[in-house]
Design a protein around this ligand. Sequence first.
Ligand code: ADP
Ligand code: MG
Length: 668
Amino acid sequence: MKEVRLTEKKKEALAQLGIEKSSDVLEYFPYRYETIEDAPYSSWEINSKVVVEGIVTSKPSIYRFGRNKSVINFVITTEDNTFKVAVFNQIWYLKQEVGKRIVVIGKYEGNGKILATSIINDSLENVLGIKPVYSLKDKVKPKYFSQLIAKVLEENRDEIHSFIPMSLREENHLLSRYAALKDIHFPRSSSSLQKAIKTMKYEEFFKFQCFMSYRKQINRLFDDRYAKKIDEKKLNEMIGDLPFSLTNDQQNVVNEIVNDLKSNYQMGRLLQGDVGSGKTIVSFIAMYATYLAGQQACLMAPTEILAKQHFNNIQRVFNGYNLRIELLYSGVPNIQRKQILQDIKNGHIDFVVGTHALFQQDVEFHNLGLIITDEQHRFGVKQRQLLQDKGNNPDILLMSATPIPRTLATSLYGDMDVSTISETPNKGKVIHTKLLKKNSFIPVIDEIEKLLDEGNQMYVVCATIEKSTEVLARNVNDIYNNLNDYFKGKYKLGLLHGQMDEEQKDAVQSAFSNHEIDILVTTTVVEVGVDVKNANIMVIYDANRFGLSQLHQLRGRIGRGSKEGYCYLLTNSVEEDAIERLNIIVENNDGFEISYRDLQLRGPGDILGYRQSGLPTFRLGNVVEDNELLQKTRLDALKILKDLDNPENTRVKEYLQEIQENAHYYLD
Ligand code: ADP
Ligand code: MG
């Protein structure tokens, strides 16, 4: 695209808005639109917004008051009426000449008086209509910005190519890219604007879908060496030895996974299920199936606490199976680590459980057949690809506790197959959740003491570790001290956060597991996976600082045993949005519903949401509200991928080739 010549100053001002090239100008979309409508004088109401064209019939006069304040008054005459116009603090309007034709936009105050907000030297015809409103800074005025866009559009008329192939544009009633951009910035009518917005949303979704489907295609190479030979009789014996029987959903997922393992393609499967739905045991079964096929398996968790917990569990499940299982994380002493690495390499170790430490360069497997990552919602597309590239194309199973409805999951994880566990083994378990609009649980202290006295344990979660001037939130250290003072030894307290050293963390964690501690004051280090069955109370300070899915995860730490759970969300916030979000948690206990509402509430470009869930965010489209379009683009993308040599689809083909060459750039 051609670049517009700009002064250094303007360049700088635009760069502050993130605009560096012509294409950035065009893709700097309005954040809302304003409709300026012409209504006949007879319908004007007091305080309504009005717009009127007339001739200046009195010389403007100015009255100054206060410091730097002023009001300018003059009269305009239309065909049938005369209006007194007042405009505050815009002295440049003093220069209006008598006899000039102008348009006044403002508020009608009754008695023929208009309080003007702007005065335009143009005809009414040009002023009326839908006007874009941009989020700009002082040094880039709306009028200048509009002119800049017009110029870029004009000069690049022949350079703006549609990414969406013609056949799809026709089928979906979309505009060319040029026409869509033009209407987004200079809407002619509400219907043309809607069409333009739909076109740009479609383009955004379609590009994503092409990318995801293409990834699936290139990752799915058929080769007999991927096919594992599994002794299914032994596998079923192992399942039969478990202290419980699998739920139907668990069994179905196990079948899906075993089929993938036996197949001659690399498995790329996402297993999603609510907190407590029993994903862990499914992953152990998959690991055992891999072992039965003579290969190694590893399980990666996002935190050390969780990795250790999985390690303890897997050892218990396979006690007496003559398997060698090891734990690997950054804190493993060097000598021990060296030995483990050597044994992984020569194939003496069957299962490795660990953190990201598993994926350091020096970890080499003898014959790695399966990689499982738990709590996948913390990772994005890039991490997925890094896993898939590891070693000899092992099968990949990702587990996520941010479950979303099936159709949505298929669209958003188009690069994977999706398995879902909908039922939980402890169905019907109640977790009572209360919202306290105060950052203190004193109002419910009696209730909490009673639960503690009945032998329940409690988590107290804070957003921060230390006091800070930047973040006004309760911190674990202060709360720990306050509670110690308050309870005066009546309950035993523990402190757990990410900055403590290993040994301390382990000691506190196991003391809490063994009920040597009643109250654990902690941060989100306990967010994922932690399983202490007797902990049934949770207090979350500054709950408004956490995302919806994160709160649901945290709350998933309680009510895991036979008793009901009690969760208290504390907040000082008075913002309506924040309260509304928290009420979603109070009213819902279903992870599917909560992540769905989360996606719905999320504005485009919500970076926080992205980090929390590993789900993609779109600039224009909302995956819930525009779900139909999202589904349609997926089908359309699949169609185009099958027909890439058609000249009409050249742009898609080029884009995909570029992705393949610069995979890591695109995945960032
Ligand atoms: P999540 O899906 O959140 O990772 P877990 O795998 O930690 O859930 O399982 C939650 C609890 O349910 C664990 O204590 C696990 O032992 C238990 N569990 C799993 N499957 C079953 C089942 N089929 N019947 C009874 N309990 C089960
Ligand atoms: Mg889990």
